[in-house]
Design a binder for this molecule. Structure first.
Ligand code: KG4
Ligand code: ZN
Length: 373
């Protein structure tokens, strides 16, 4: 306990049975408030029993950042400050619950933008203190992993998670709930970042992933070649910056002009984005295949914003979703609303922590580069 906060802890009752609902050991129907503010979405959710969604409120800042072609950290923090109060109260309104009804709070501690994280974390601490409710920190990446369980609570372990978003690209092996081993990570850009950057070069808009996903349906994925990067030390790590450099070379060589505002998308652009998307998906598939051969998981989950990608979803299912009676793997991915950043996944990851170790750490801090494993 940070000495600065000792007087606060003394003022409130120590976190004991008084703070927890008397609902028997299993604590069925535990109601958890999740708060997420790691990047450009201010989100709050109320989740019952780990998977029954009572409210899911997301205030997206995409319009604030669009003209910059990426998230501006300073603007993001200000928007979170403006939105957090109303987002949290809207969640209670939507669920028709009172603040006192919750059994605990789960909040994103990192990784993410430090100013953004601190808004959610400080708000959560103040609420937990005022309501005398337990508060647990959640790693954002673990939140993404739990997003697969919201609609499929019975996913079998061990599992292999492909976590691909604007900030992360990793393969994580989980032999049992709450245990994580890093299998691969990106050496440079994240997969979503690569989509966003190409979209920016071609004047297609922000965020680039969904736009490229849609436009790729009209392009030829074999028109431009992208070589798949090889990591020389034999690890399964990803590297996406080479795709960006190769795309820039193609833009120059094929004299591709960025799309003008309101203008038509040229066939060359459609072909380039389709080829780019295909090669990123091929890389993700190849590394997942190698990891699955080594680790033989029962389930493969595809999570994070890039998991919305239609080609990636189809390809993962086609390649890995095999009948479990034949010892194959099952593939799961969440609905798009739970795939991109949201607070339901934070409440889902926080629920087992609140069940096993309810606590209130008023000296909890946020960490921009918090690691899961
Ligand atoms: O998980 P998320 O909302 O935020 C982070 O934690 O980063 O992911 C956002 C990222 C953006 O880079 C966005 O371009 C990408 O996910 N994305 C997609 C698609 N939808 C969102 N990438 C490819 N295809 C999509 N359909
Ligand atoms: Zn995320």
């Amino acid at each position: 306990m940070n000495p600065r906060f000792e007087h606060l802890q003394k003022k409130v009752a120590p976190l004991d049975h008084e703070w927890l609902p008397d609902r028997g050991k299993k604590q069925v129907n535990m109601l958890v408030l999740g708060i997420e503010s790691s990047c450009d979405e201010t989100a709050a959710a109320l989740l019952e029993d780990g998977h029954v969604v009572r409210a899911n409120i997301i205030a997206s800042q995409v319009n604030t950042h669009r003209s910059y072609g990426g998230v501006v950290p300073e603007l993001a923090s200000r928007e979170h400050l403006r939105n957090i109060g109303v987002v949290v109260s809207s969640a209670f309104k939507e669920a028709e619950k009172k603040y006192e009804d919750i059994d605990g709070i789960a909040v994103t501690q990192g990784p993410g933008l430090i100013g953004s994280l601190l808004v959610g974390l400080s708000f959560a601490k103040a609420m937990a203190f005022a309501l005398k409710k337990p508060l647990v920190p959640v790693n954002h990446v673990e939140g993404h992993i739990y997003s697969a369980f919201i609609e499929n609570p019975d996913i079998a372990y061990p599992l292999l998670a492909l976590v691909v978003s604007g900030g992360h690209s990793s393969l994580i092996y989980s032999p049992e709930p709450g245990q994580y081993q890093s299998v691969a990570r990106t050496r440079d850009d994240a997969a979503g970042e690569a989509f966003d950057k190409l979209s920016k070069f071609l004047g297609l808009g922000y965020p680039g992933g969904p736009i490229i996903d849609m436009l790729s349906r009209q392009g030829n994925p074999k028109a431009f070649s992208f070589s798949i990067p090889k990591i020389s030390d034999g690890s399964l790590d990803f590297s996406f910056s080479g795709f960006k450099t190769a795309a820039l070379r193609h833009i120059e060589q094929a004299r591709i002009k960025p799309r003008r505002t309101g203008g038509k998308t040229s066939q060359k652009i459609l072909d380039l984005v389709a080829s780019f998307q295909q090669s990123i998906v091929n890389t993700l598939l190849a590394q997942t295949r190698r990891a699955a051969e080594r680790l033989r998981p029962h389930s493969i989950i595809l999570v994070g914003g890039v998991a919305c990608n239609s080609l990636l979803r189809q390809s993962m299912t086609a390649e890995f979703d095999k009948s479990t009676s034949e010892g194959g793997t099952k593939v799961y991915y969440p609905s798009p609303i739970y795939t991109t950043d949201n607070a339901v996944m934070i409440a889902a990851a926080g629920t087992p922590k609140l069940r096993s170790r309810p606590q209130l750490q008023l000296d909890l801090n946020a960490f921009a580069d918090l690691r899961l494993c």
